[in-house]
Design a binder for this molecule. Structure first.
Ligand SMILES: [Fe+2]
Ligand SMILES: [Fe+2]
Length: 358
């Protein structure tokens, strides 16, 4: 029998949240002057309609737990296996970290600019992400593993991204976040017996926030058309692949989580890719050919390589280090081959916004 390395203390949870690996969620900072200079007048009508939605705040009462929540945790979640418990807790920690990452970035931008349109938008998005992070953190607190978000903000490393990288990466992570949450919600809506924790009930209204955040970045990018053509298309391809590959590898290291929901990690990921690719046509002139056999084989290889890296790390010592370096080279080569695969091209629609119809 294998023993499960359980995250057992708040310190271990904090260490997990602070991790800076290729796969862990990061905290970002950017060029505030450039953010201040964004001019939304070319898309004013769509912008104002979106801001009215933020103002309406239809989720203001959503992120509160009811009595049923605690009951379900004690009756249903207490029954799960130690392996599933471990994967679920890790899932909560990475989720709270990425929600909080958005909260910090939007809040920092908001504090450092005076452009009224962007300032108002960033304030609304920080509001939403802070609710999301706080809501997940409550579930970690149920197990005595609540993260000290203030401490995390002070001590986790920050990555500087130029505004255009923020737009590509954040747009994608919002839309993929939507696709992930809605796919899980629909699966558990159809199979309520597989809902092993009450938090999944909250995902439907929750993911509409993420969808709207993505819409905001889509509109911002459409105000700067040069970001969506020419050499920048190479960056778009890079971010599409980086975001998809990270998700694929991370999800495949948590097979129990999906299995417990009645999902296969590979099928789940491709469903999420399909939804994200469909949505991202609103703003990206290319999408990855996710059905290409070489794409699928490459993703699988990236996962195998990650397993090799984990084994080498566990082994440690000089041999472990050399093995890790070998796997890293293999990983970079696989990523490069995936990057060079042909992509699908699309013309951008006149109307930017799409509806969360999944
Ligand atoms: Fe969020
Ligand atoms: Fe979001």
């Amino acid at each position: 029998m294998t023993t499960v390395q359980m995250i057992a203390t708040p310190d271990e949870a904090a260490r997990k949240a602070k991790e800076s690996t290729l796969l862990s969620p990061r905290f970002y900072t950017t060029d505030f002057k450039a953010m201040d200079a964004i001019d939304v007048s070319p898309i004013r009508a769509e912008w104002d309609a979106m801001m009215a939605e933020y103002e309406g705040d239809n989720n203001h009462d959503h992120f509160q737990r009811n009595e049923l929540f605690a009951k379900e945790v004690s009756e249903v979640f207490s029954q799960v296996s130690p392996e599933l418990r471990k994967e679920f807790l890790e899932f909560l920690i990475t989720s709270v970290t990425s929600e909080f990452s958005g909260c910090i970035l939007y809040n920092e931008i908001q504090k450092n600019i005076s452009n009224p349109d962007i300032k108002a938008l960033m304030r609304f998005m920080a509001r939403d992400e802070s609710r999301h992070a706080g809501f997940i953190n409550q579930s970690l607190k149920d197990f005595g593993l609540g993260l000290d978000l203030g401490g995390l903000k002070r001590t986790k490393a920050y990555t500087y991204f130029k505004p255009k990288y923020i737009f590509y990466a954040t747009y994608l992570s919002e839309k993929i976040g939507y696709a992930r949450y809605i796919t899980i919600f629909r699966q558990l809506e159809a199979n309520p017996d597989k809902r092993f924790h009450p938090i999944f009930r909250w995902f439907e209204r929750w993911c509409n926030d993420e969808f709207r955040h993505g819409e905001s970045f889509a509109l911002i990018m459409r105000t700067q058309p040069h970001l969506l053509r020419g050499g920048n298309v190479l960056w778009i391809r890079f971010f599409l692949l980086a975001v998809y590959a990270t998700m694929y590898v991370r999800d495949h290291t948590r097979p129990m989580l999906h299995e417990a929901m009645g999902l296969d990690s590979t099928e789940y990921d491709y469903k999420v890719f399909r939804i994200t690719s469909e949505i991202s046509k609103q703003v990206f002139p290319v999408s990855l050919d996710i059905d290409h056999p070489a794409f699928r084989a490459g993703m699988e290889r990236l996962f195998r390589i990650q397993c090799g890296i984990d084994r080498a790390k566990a082994r440690g010592g000089l041999i472990g280090k050399i093995q890790q370096a070998g796997w890293a080279v293999a990983g970079a080569a696989t990523f490069a081959r995936l990057y060079l695969l042909p992509v699908n091209k699309h013309a951008l629609p006149v109307q930017v916004r799409v509806a969360p119809a999944w």
